[in-house]
Write a protein that binds this ligand. Structure first.
Ligand code: V47
Ligand code: SF4
Length: 392
C-alpha cells in the first residue's frame, strides 16, 4: 500500500508545530479535537491536508475506490418548504415547471431497468402533502415486487419528519412501517448545516438539526443504515462545519449506523442565495481532506460527482475520498438545476472504471452497504459485458 507524502509532513520545516502535533495524532490513530479540526481549515495548506487525508483513506480503504450502479426516482419537486439554497423545488402557488409523477410513471421508470444489474434505487424529492407515509409505504412495496433484488434507499430526514408528523406517528413507528414495506436505508440529505443560527437563515422551516439526528438514530436502532451529508460553501464558517461533523461523529460513536459522509458543495444557480460565490476547487479539496481526517469513525467519504464534475471527483481521490457514487441516470435533477458541472449526469460503468483507474486507484463496484459486487481492476468489458449500461 502506498502512503504518499506522509514523511514530508515531518520533514517540512515550514509546517507549524501545532500542525505537526495534529499529524502525529492522526498517524497514531488518535482522534483530533474540535479546535484542531478548525485549525486544519484555518492553517492546513493543500499539500499537508492531502497527504494526511490520503494516509487515513489508505489506512481505511487501501487503494480501493468504490462506486455503485443505481438510479434515482424523484416523485415530485413540489415542496412545502422554502430552503434558500434550493434551485429544484417549486411551491404550490407558482407551480410553473413542477412535476408530479403518477404511481404508474414511477413503476414504468423501475421497469426501464429490467434485466439491468442495478443494485440500488435512491428515492427523494420535494415534500408533497398528498404523498404521505402510507402512499410511500405501498409505493415501496410495489417497487420491491417489481425488483425484489434491489436495495431501496429512500427519503431524507426532512421528508420523514413531515410524513410522520402528518400521519401522527412517532419516528420509530413511521420508520418501522416503511421498513416492513421494504425500505432498506436512508440517504444523507437534509442535514445541511446543524448550527441552529445558520439553519434559521438558510432553511428555517424544515426539520431541525435535533430532529434530523433523532431520525437517523432511530433508523439505526431499527437496523436501517444511513448516510450523512453537509452542505458547505455558503454562509457557514469553519467552526460550523466542524460542529456539524462533530455532532455526526458523536452519533456514529453511539450507533455505528452511518455508511458514508458526503460533503455537498453549495451551487448558486437559480436560487435565493445566488449572490453568494461558490467555493473554489481548492477549497473543495481541502474540505474533503478535513472531513476525512475529522470523521475518524466513518469508513467512507463520498464525492458526489454529478455535483462537482468528473474532474474534481478525480482529484478528490487524492484528498480522502474513496467513493465516487454511481452510474446515475439523468433523472437526477437537483444538481443540474443548481448549476452543477454535469448537466446530464450519466457515466457508464466502463467510463467510471476508467476514471478511477486513470487516477491510479482500484475500482470496486459495491452495494449500498459496501459489500463488493465486482472487482474491476482487470476486467475486460468488451469480452464480458457488451453494452451493459445502455438504457433506452
Ligand atoms: O439536502 C440542494 C443538497 C441534498 C443544493 O445519501 C444542494 O447517497 C448544493 O442528500 N447546491 C439532497 N447542494 C441530496 C442528497 C444526496 C445526494 C447524493 C447522494 C446521497 C446519498 C444524498 O442536496 C439536500 C441539499 O443539501 N442541495 N440544493 C444546491 N443549490
Ligand atoms: Fe424542499 Fe428539499 Fe428543496 Fe428544501 S432542499 S425546498 S426540503 S426540496
Amino acid at each position: 500500500m502506498v502512503q504518499t507524502g506522509i514523511e514530508s509532513i515531518f520533514s517540512d520545516s515550514n509546517i507549524s508545530k501545532d500542525l505537526k502535533i495534529i499529524a502525529e495524532k492522526v498517524i497514531k490513530g488518535d482522534r483530533i479535537s474540535f479546535e484542531e479540526g478548525v485549525l486544519l481549515y484555518e492553517k492546513g495548506e493543500l499539500g499537508y491536508l492531502g497527504a494526511l487525508a490520503n494516509f487515513v483513506r489508505e489506512k481505511k480503504n487501501g487503494n480501493y475506490t468504490y462506486f455503485n450502479r443505481n438510479f434515482h426516482i424523484e416523485p415530485t419537486n413540489l415542496c412545502v418548504f422554502d430552503c434558500k439554497f434550493c434551485s429544484y423545488s417549486r411551491n404550490f402557488k407558482q407551480k410553473g415547471d413542477a412535476w408530479e409523477l403518477s404511481e404508474q410513471e414511477i413503476y414504468d421508470l423501475v421497469k426501464k431497468y429490467d434485466g439491468k444489474p442495478i443494485t440500488e434505487v435512491h428515492i427523494v424529492g420535494g415534500v408533497h402533502p398528498k404523498m404521505g407515509l402510507h402512499y410511500f409505504a405501498s409505493l415501496i412495496k410495489n417497487i420491491k415486487a417489481l425488483r425484489p433484488d434491489i436495495h431501496v434507499k429512500a427519503f431524507t430526514a426532512v421528508e420523514l419528519e413531515y410524513m410522520c408528523r402528518k400521519a401522527k406517528v412517532s419516528f420509530k413507528e413511521g420508520l418501522s412501517i416503511l421498513k416492513a414495506h421494504g425500505q432498506d436505508s436512508l440517504p444523507g440529505g437534509g442535514a445541511e448545516i446543524f448550527d441552529e443560527g445558520i439553519r434559521a437563515e438558510i432553511c428555517a422551516d424544515k426539520c431541525s438539526s435535533a430532529e434530523w439526528l433523532e431520525i437517523h438514530e432511530t433508523a439505526h436502532s431499527l437496523g436501517m443504515p444511513s448516510n450523512a451529508t453537509m452542505l458547505y460553501g455558503h454562509i457557514e464558517k469553519f467552526e460550523h462545519r466542524i460542529d456539524h461533523m462533530d455532532r455526526l461523529r458523536t452519533l456514529q460513536d453511539k450507533t455505528g449506523g452511518f455508511n458514508t459522509f458526503i460533503p455537498l458543495k453549495f451551487r448558486n444557480k437559480e436560487n435565493q442565495m445566488s449572490h453568494i460565490a461558490e467555493s473554489s476547487v481548492i477549497e473543495d479539496l481541502r474540505n474533503y481532506a478535513v472531513s476525512r481526517i475529522y470523521m475518524d469513525n466513518f469508513n467512507h467519504v463520498k464525492a458526489y460527482w454529478p455535483m462537482i464534475g468528473r474532474n474534481t471527483a478525480a482529484l478528490s481521490m487524492a484528498f480522502g475520498v474513496d467513493d465516487i457514487d454511481g452510474t446515475i441516470d439523468d433523472s437526477t435533477k437537483i444538481y443540474a438545476m443548481a448549476g452543477a458541472e454535469d448537466k446530464s449526469p450519466s457515466l457508464s460503468t466502463p467510463q467510471l472504471v476508467k476514471l478511477i483507474k486513470d487516477n491510479g486507484r482500484h475500482p470496486i463496484e459495491r452495494d449500498t452497504v459496501y459489500n463488493t459486487v465486482k472487482d474491476y481492476m482487470n476486467y475486460d468489458f468488451e469480452a464480458e459485458e457488451p453494452a451493459l449500461d445502455s438504457i433506452k
